[in-house]
Design a protein around this ligand. Structure first.
Ligand SMILES: Cc1cc2nc3c(=O)[nH]c(=O)nc-3n(C[C@H](O)[C@H](O)[C@H](O)COP(=O)(O)O)c2cc1C
Ligand code: SF4
Length: 463
C-alpha cells in the first residue's frame, strides 16, 4: 500500500491530508485544530462561525434589528468575531503542528469583508484560505495582502484557467494549491456546469490529468492539486499517489471527519450518517444559491422533491394550451392546462391548498403551515447570500427583480438549525455520496465514534 509523503502546504511540510471546511458549524476551531495537531491541514468554516467567549461559552447568533440590511450587518459582525475566536481555539489545540485554513463560500454576501477582517484579527494563526461556490477572483489579492496562501475550489480545469488568466496570475506567490472537487460525489454544494450531466458522473482521473496539463501550460507544474469529493481511504487512490501524470496531490476529506469525537455536529446527525445506505444522498438543485448540492434524503429533501414533482405551468394570459382559469388567491387567477385540473384537485385533497407562483411561470402547492413558515423565514432573512432565489434578496441591488422561488429554502435557517443540534429530519443534511461507507467501515463498528487522532492514523494506514 502506497501512503502519502509530507508535502509543502501553506509554507510548511505537512501530511497532504486536509479536513474539508464545512458550514454551518460542520468544522470549527476544535475539529480543525485537532486535525492540524496530527500534522495535516484543518479547515475552520467561516460561514456563520460560532463565537466562543473568553469564559468558553457559546454566544448565540440572535438578531435584534428590524431591517434586513441592518440584520445583515449584525450577521457579518457575528461572523468576524466567531471566526477570530475559532481561529484562536484551533491554534491553541494545534500548537505548531500542521496548518490551519479557513473556508468561505464565495457566494456569501460580504464574504470578502469577513475573510479580510478575520485574517486581520487572527494574524499569524491562519495559514491559508479556501474558497468555493463561485469564482473567487479577489481571493488572490486578499490572501497576498495578508501573506497567507489561497486555494480556489474548482470542479473543472477550465475554471482554474479562467481564474488564473483574469486574476490569480497577478498573485502567484501565495497560490498554495487548487482543490479539485468532484461535482458528482462531494457533499455540500457541487460545481456542476451546464455542460455536465448530473446523471452521468465522469471519472476524476481524466479530469485531473486535464487539470495538471492546464496547470503546466500556465507555468504551475508543481502546484499541489487537492483531490476532494468521494475521498474515503487512500487504498482507493493508489493510482493517484506518486503518479507523474498528476504530479503533487493532496487529499481532502469532507464527509468522513464528520463522525469524529471533535466534530461539532450533533450525535443525532452522526448517527444518521452512520446508518446511511447507498443511494441515500441526492444530487439536486434546490439550493437558493442556484448551485447543485448533495444531501441525505430526509423529510426536508423529500418535501422539496414532492413540491417540484407536482409543479405545473401557468400563464397570466389565456393561450391555446393554457386555457383553464384557476383562482390562486382571492385577488388573482391564472390560466393552466385543462389536463392539470386533476393535479390541482389531488394536491388540494392532500392538504396542499396554497398555490404559489415560481419565477419560471409555474405553480407549486404548499400546505398552509408550509406557506406560513416560508413567509416567516423570508421576513427574518438576514441577507446571508449575495443573491438568494428563496427571498429574491440581492446584496448589490436590494432585490434580484425576480419572484421569490418557493421551490427553494432559506439555507441560513436550515444549516444553522442542523449545525446546532436541530431536527436532522426536518433540516438539510449535506453529505457526500460515499456516506454509506460508514455503515461497513470497521473503524465505526458498533457505532464507535473515533477521535481525529484515530481517524488520521487509519487514513495514513490506508484504512
Ligand atoms: C455538511 C457539509 C458542509 C459543507 N460545507 C462546505 C462549505 O461551507 N464550503 C465549502 O467550500 N465546502 C463545503 N463542503 C464540502 C467539503 O469541504 C468537501 O470538499 C467535500 O465534502 C468533499 O467531499 P466528500 O464529502 O465526499 O468527502 C461541505 C460538505 C459537507 C458534507
Ligand atoms: S432568505 Fe436567502 S439570503 Fe435570506 S437568510 Fe435565507 S438563504 Fe440567506
Amino acid at each position: 500500500m502506497k501512503t502519502v509523503n509530507k508535502l509543502k502546504i501553506s509554507g510548511a511540510m505537512v501530511y497532504p491530508l486536509i479536513e474539508g471546511g464545512k458550514g454551518i458549524n460542520g468544522t470549527d476551531g476544535k475539529s480543525s485544530g485537532s486535525w492540524a495537531k496530527e500534522g495535516g491541514v484543518g479547515t475552520i468554516s467561516m460561514v456563520s462561525p460560532t463565537e466562543i467567549s473568553l469564559e468558553g461559552t457559546i454566544i448565540p447568533e440572535i438578531f435584534h434589528e428590524k431591517i434586513r440590511e441592518k440584520r445583515h450587518r449584525e450577521m457579518v459582525e457575528y461572523a468576524v468575531k466567531g471566526g477570530i475566536s475559532q481561529a484562536k481555539i484551533a491554534h491553541d489545540i494545534a500548537g505548531n503542528n500542521g496548518r490551519i485554513h479557513i473556508n468561505m463560500l464565495w457566494e456569501m454576501a460580504d464574504s470578502e469583508e469577513v475573510i479580510t477582517r478575520v485574517l486581520d484579527g487572527a494574524k499569524g494563526l491562519i495559514h491559508g484560505v479556501t474558497c468555493g461556490a463561485g469564482l473567487p477572483y479577489n481571493l488572490g489579492a486578499i490572501a497576498s495582502e495578508h501573506q497567507v496562501y489561497y486555494y480556489p475550489i474548482i470542479s473543472s480545469a477550465r475554471a482554474m484557467s479562467i481564474l488564473w488568466k483574469r486574476s490569480f496570475r497577478k498573485y502567484p506567490e501565495f497560490l498554495g494549491g487548487v482543490v479539485y472537487e468532484d461535482p458528482w460525489l462531494a457533499g455540500g454544494h457541487n460545481g456542476l456546469s451546464n455542460a455536465e450531466n448530473p446523471l452521468q458522473p465522469e471519472r476524476p482521473y481524466e479530469r485531473l490529468v486535464e487539470l495538471r496539463k492546464i496547470l503546466k501550460e500556465l507555468g504551475l507544474a508543481d502546484l499541489p492539486i487537492i483531490i476532494a469529493g468521494g475521498v474515503w481511504s487512500l487504498s482507493d487512490w493508489q493510482d493517484y499517489i506518486d503518479n507523474p501524470e498528476l504530479g503533487n496531490v493532496a487529499f481532502q476529506f469532507g464527509t468522513r471527519p464528520m463522525i469524529t469525537k471533535e466534530s461539532p455536529i450533533s450525535d443525532a446527525w452522526k448517527m444518521l450518517m452512520m446508518k446511511a445506505q447507498k443511494g441515500d444522498v441526492i444530487l439536486q438543485k434546490f439550493s437558493p444559491t442556484g448551485f447543485f448540492s448533495s444531501a441525505i434524503k430526509n423529510s426536508f429533501l423529500s418535501n422539496l422533491m414532492r413540491r417540484k414533482k407536482a409543479e405545473i405551468p401557468y400563464s397570466e394570459q389565456k393561450t391555446d394550451e393554457l386555457s383553464l382559469l384557476l383562482p390562486i388567491s382571492p385577488l388573482k387567477a391564472v390560466y393552466i392546462r385543462p389536463e392539470d385540473k386533476k393535479q390541482v384537485e389531488e394536491q388540494r385533497n392532500l392538504g396542499y391548498s396554497m398555490i404559489k407562483e415560481t419565477p419560471d411561470e409555474t405553480l407549486v402547492f404548499l400546505t398552509p403551515d408550509e406557506w406560513l413558515e416560508m413567509q416567516k423565514q423570508r421576513a427574518e432573512c438576514v441577507g446571508c447570500l449575495s443573491q438568494c432565489q428563496f427571498s429574491s434578496w440581492s446584496r448589490a441591488n436590494g432585490s434580484t427583480g425576480k419572484l421569490p422561488d418557493p421551490r427553494t429554502y432559506c439555507i441560513h435557517n436550515t444549516l444553522m438549525n442542523i449545525g446546532h443540534g436541530g431536527d436532522i429530519d426536518k433540516n438539510l443534511a449535506f453529505a457526500g455520496h460515499n456516506v454509506y461507507r460508514f455503515a461497513t467501515d470497521p473503524l465505526y463498528r458498533h457505532n464507535h465514534i473515533p477521535s481525529v487522532h484515530e481517524l488520521f492514523k487509519a487514513i495514513l494506514d490506508g484504512k
